[in-house]
Write a new protein. Structure first.
Length: 132
């Protein structure tokens, strides 16, 4: 049996502001933006250079107070997402260029180079270039 995680939902306040951040600032690819109803869209994004079939992010607009409260805190303040790169310095400089909040400066760890940044809602991401 073979299983993979195809995508996961990231709760956002607004589709367009989320697309602007992830695509416009982080350089993600907009894979799909399909209108489902007056208030719902199916919006999928993927990190730059992702291979077809790799895990994607579904931007899911919060509906109701409970979901709105989860925006930016889907994991209770822990690092939520782990973005691997083969160009740490270029990606890190892009974060700085776009004034993306760095939570923990880059450091060398046993597994590779890592920094922690916050997305537009405050979700924490590890940027990692694994050791080869």
């Amino acid at each position: 049996m073979k299983q993979t995680i195809a995508q996961f939902a990231l709760v956002v306040r607004d589709y367009d502001e989320a697309i602007d951040f992830y695509v416009g600032k982080l350089g993600f690819t907009l894979e799909e933006d399909t209108v489902m109803s007056e208030t719902k869209r199916w919006v999928r994004i993927a990190p730059p250079g992702s291979e077809p079939g790799n895990c994607q992010v579904l931007l899911a607009k919060a509906v109701g107070e409970e979901q709105e409260m989860a925006i930016g805190n889907q994991t209770g303040g822990r690092v939520f997402l782990f973005l691997h790169t083969d160009d740490f310095e270029g990606t890190y400089q892009n974060l700085l260029y776009h004034d993306i909040k760095i939570i923990r400066e880059k450091s060398e760890e046993s597994f590779g180079t890592v920094a922690v940044f916050a997305d537009l809602y405050g979700n924490l991401w590890d940027l990692i270039q694994p050791n080869t």
